[in-house]
Design a protein around this ligand. Structure first.
Ligand code: HAM
Length: 414
């Protein structure tokens, strides 16, 4: 028997209901913030991620799925959504259209991580990227959208953490200070961190090794190195969040695992399973990425929510259909199938009995399917041009003329 690859999932049944709800909510929230959907390939040139996410990030150095295709190209499976959307924005000349522009996606990503609950090798994100807005309002809008998405799903108890990682100017002196700190604490840092200290010292701050975490808790703080512009920007972001009643906490150690961020970064954490706190979303500003990828100078900000982790927090969703069509006695299926076709064309979700099971068994099936109404046609109904309509919730029945069924169901299911 074949088994699915490690760290992947099959989604079906009641779990699928959760995914459909998440996808519906994502689309509704995105629409309410005037975001247009964008779909980009699942595969990209591997170098796209080296340039954008960064060649010292864990995602690129350890977790990316890379292969050589038959044309000897180095191809990567998408490890995150931002780089591909930015590539599409530049390649399709979207920057010449009116700004700002906001795009959303619901897409699968691939990271070769050690699988555990809430961490998979294939996982889905609802993400949004906003191009061409340098105002702190843009960050606030993105964070609000992430929170609205969780609210719509009925998720409570999530915490929004924010920080500023400054711009290239303030980061140069911070990186120097971190390098010196690493030199003085060489014996307390892991091999990877010693390499990071040379290549990209800020990456040490998201090292997952416990001893490094402890040592780095005493490292210099980025807030002490922010330039005036970054300081003012971050103060405004915080002020606007408060003004809009969006609760948040400043986390000075939040740096995020991508090289493309500038200024504001944020993460939303929640208890996804008992005692297990994980990031359920994250994002930030990336004002230099578009120009670094050969596009124009373009302030940008975005975020992505991890749908697999959020699904762990959702209650089982009830599944139901509008109508189950049953036949009784000698009434043949073709009589009820015709009604089913008519109802389906009107947009109702319909299951029609297509086998010779007893009426009792049809009712058992109808209630398993969560049918709101069961419409039965027996010999009397066939003769009178009616159906017997049972309201499964209220346990009431009535006879309805077949030609009036659509009208009845429309008002009853409204
Ligand atoms: P990220 O923080 O890497 O950001 O991912 C966003 C969310 O995806 C995480 O908070 C988490 O919920 C989920 N996630 C990440 N890895 C896994 C995994 N292995 N298994 C399950 N869920 C996972 C980004 O990807 C950025 N592109 C976000 C962004 C958009 N920044 C600006 N624009």
């Amino acid at each position: 028997m074949f088994k699915k690859p490690k760290g992947t999932k099959d989604i079906f049944g009641s779990e699928m209901q959760k995914w459909q709800k998440m996808e519906d909510c994502a689309k509704q929230v995105a629409k309410s913030f005037n975001c247009n959907e964008i779909r980009v390939p699942t595969i990209e040139e591997a170098s796209l991620y080296l340039r954008s996410v960064g060649d010292s990030s864990d995602i690129v150095t350890k977790e990316m799925y890379i292969f050589e295709d038959k044309g000897k190209r180095q191809i990567a499976l998408r490890p995150e959504g931002t780089a591909g959307v930015v590539r599409a924005f530049i390649e399709n000349g979207l920057f010449s259209q009116p700004l700002p522009q906001k795009y959303f996606y619901v897409a699968n990503n691939f990271r070769y991580e050690r699988p555990q609950e809430g961490r998979y090798r294939e996982f889905a994100q609802f993400g949004v990227e906003c191009f061409g807005n340098q105002s702190p309002w843009a960050e606030v809008e993105m964070m609000q959208m992430a929170i609205e998405f969780l609210n719509k799903l009925g998720i409570k108890g999530a915490t929004l953490f924010v920080n500023s990682i400054g711009c290239e100017k303030c980061r140069a002196s911070f990186n120097n200070a971190l390098r010196e700190f690493a030199k003085a604490n060489e014996n307390k840092l892991c091999e990877d961190c010693l390499v990071r200290a040379q290549k990209n010292p800020m990456r040490m701050l998201d090292c997952k090794v416990e001893t490094c975490k402890q040592a780095l808790a005493k490292a210099p703080k980025l807030s002490e190195f922010l330039c005036d512009e970054c300081k003012t920007h971050f103060a405004l972001v915080q002020k606007l969040l408060s003004l809009n009643d969006i609760p948040f906490k400043v986390d000075e150690n939040l740096v995020r695992g991508f090289d493309y961020y500038t200024k504001t970064v944020f993460e939303i954490s929640a208890e996804v399973a008992e005692g297990k706190y994980l990031a359920i979303g994250g994002g930030g500003r990336y004002d230099n990425l578009v120009s670094e990828m050969d596009g124009p100078q373009m302030p940008c900000v975005g975020f992505a929510m991890g749908l697999d982790r959020i699904s762990l927090m959702l209650d089982e969703q009830p599944s139901n259909i509008d109508v189950f069509l049953a036949n009784a006695g000698d009434v043949s299926i073709d009589n009820i199938y015709k009604i089913a076709t008519k109802l389906r064309q009107q947009g109702f979700s319909v299951e029609c009995n297509l086998t010779d099971r007893s009426l009792k068994k049809q009712f058992v099936l109808a209630s398993k399917l969560g049918a709101c109404f069961v419409c039965t046609m027996g010999e009397n109904e066939l003769k009178n041009g009616t159906v017997n309509v049972k309201d499964m919730k209220n346990n009431t029945e009535k006879s309805i003329k077949t030609d009036e069924l659509v009208k009845f169901l429309k008002s009853a299911l409204n």
